[in-house]
Design a protein around this ligand. Structure first.
Ligand code: 5AD
Ligand code: SF4
Length: 449
């Protein structure tokens, strides 16, 4: 019996959130308890992100807090998991003297062993990457809820020149389709209403001849009332078959996260993105014609080495042409070990900030216009609970992942699908009136207004 309490904080992408659930599954099997109260913790773990410098800086800041805590609680074990563990390895233990455990993304099975080592005064270090580990047989620990992440593959083989992920998460590998489908079934039986299939590049999923379209279709078949989302798609591997699969399955959300990164072919080449803007736009146009009402989101990097103002204007141009629903927008951040790190980071900080601001402002305007155009339409919303701002209102999400807010009423239950007529919109939120409170059948669910 093991009475120790573990407290975990997660930083970074959704993949890390999914990994934290795997870690909690492993630790619970070993008898550890998970606590949400830092004061009760015997072990504190940080699941970390290295994708940009400021992510790492935040985590260093947090480690500073734990250093103080440790001076009043000397037996506290502090561990670093995830991408920073992989990237910085022993440095974390040697430099930041408060760290006792350092475990990279492919060694979580041995985490209990490493924590035991720390309890006996040794350092627990596991940073080997694996070509095969997918944690297929581990049941992630999830509290009951409506929405779940499922990691369907690990690692990345794309080697975009700015990106540290292939080094911190290793080579690409897919989980077995059957075990993913079983996990989806389990979640559906527990009352979950939405799953998001996760991978750095889901379009290159491959399990003994089953591609990502096969996986999506198999997941969609489990329960027509369960929404299926997925992220992230790389333009190079996005097939027509996938577009037809999305179009053919009512419960696969008509929403594609398709990072463009830059609008300039010269920069895309330097980034090793392996597509041109013309090719990218062809995919967007094809998706729009095959999937009526499809929406897109993207990732954009401002200020990659040698990016001229003209290159930057091309990025704005693509954003205007595609009209993304939303975007994750970043300043370029040099990461040691990547190919781009060897290029000079020659765009001045002020220019990066100026370009990023222009990108953000444009996206905000486009999101606002897209949402304004929804006024008067009827949207199917999965009810999530009370709105953040007022208990008089509830909120949920549309198929295209927009937050919709509507007045509360007793007949509206969390986890049900309702129809909302939109009467007001900002760039981030839709507001409306409920016009139907229960949509029991698949047919009703997706009937368009
Ligand atoms: N600098 C800035 N943004 C980056 N991203 C990845 N690496 C970097 C970097 N070095 C962004 C990309 C990617 C998203 C997850 O993070 O846009 O799609
Ligand atoms: Fe990084 Fe490119 Fe892989 Fe995405 S596809 S994780 S940006 S290397």
């Amino acid at each position: 019996m093991n009475n120790n309490n573990i407290y975990i904080e997660t930083y970074g992408c959704q993949m890390n959130l999914a990994d934290t659930e795997i870690v909690m599954g492993i630790l619970k099997n070993y008898g550890y308890q998970i606590t949400k109260e830092l004061e009760l913790a015997d072990v504190v773990l940080l699941n970390t992100c290295s994708v940009r410098e400021n992510a790492e800086q935040r985590i260093y800041g947090r480690l500073g807090n734990f250093k103080k805590l440790k001076s009043s609680k000397p037996n506290l074990i502090v561990g670093i998991l995830g991408c920073m563990a992989e990237r910085l390895k022993k440095d974390l233990i040697e430099e930041k003297k408060i760290v006792d455990v350092v475990v990279g993304p492919d060694e979580y099975r041995r985490l209990p062993e490493f924590i035991d080592m720390a309890f006996t005064g040794d350092k627990g270090i596991g940073v080997k990457l694996s070509r095969t580990e997918t944690y297929d047989d581990i049941t992630p620990y999830r509290e009951d809820g409506l929405q779940a992440w499922i990691s369907v593959m690990r690692g990345c083989d794309k080697f975009c020149t700015y990106c540290v992920v292939p080094f911190t998460r290793g080579r690409e590998r897919s989980r077995a389709i059957n075990s993913i489908v079983e996990e989806v079934k389990g979640l559906s039986q527990r009352g979950f209403r939405e799953v998001t299939l996760l991978g750095q590049n889901v379009n290159s999923y491959n399990d003994s001849g089953n591609d990502f379209s096969d996986l999506l279709a198999a997941c969609a078949d489990v329960d027509p009332m369960l929404r299926i989302r997925f992220t992230t798609s790389h333009p190079q591997d996005l097939s027509d078959k996938l577009l037809y699969t999305i179009a053919a399955n009512q419960n696969i959300c008509k929403y594609i996260h398709l990072p463009v990164q830059s609008g300039s072919n010269r920069i895309l080449k330097l980034m090793n993105r392996t597509y041109t803007i013309e090719h990218y736009m062809e995919i967007i146009d094809k998706a729009k014609s095959i999937i009526p009402g499809v929406s897109f989101s993207t990732d954009v990097i401002a200020g990659f080495p040698t990016e001229t103002y003209e290159d930057h204007l091309m990025t704005l141009e693509v954003m205007r042409n595609v009209r993304y629903d939303g975007a994750y927008m970043f300043k370029y951040s040099p990461r040691e070990g990547t190919k781009a790190f060897k290029m000079e980071d020659d765009i001045a900080e002020e220019s990066k900030i100026k370009r990023l601001t222009e990108i953000i402002d444009l996206q905000q305007r486009i999101s606002y216009e897209i949402n304004q155009a929804l006024i008067g339409t009827e949207e199917t919303v999965l009810v999530e609970g009370f709105s953040k701002k007022s208990e008089k209102f509830m909120s949920g999400r549309t198929d295209s992942n927009k937050v919709a807010v509507f007045p509360c009423s007793e007949s509206i239950k969390e986890g049900s699908y309702i129809k909302v007529k939109i009467n007001r919109a900002t760039s981030g939120t839709l507001f409306g009136d409920v016009i139907s409170t229960s949509l029991p059948s698949e047919k009703d669910l997706y009937k368009t207004a």
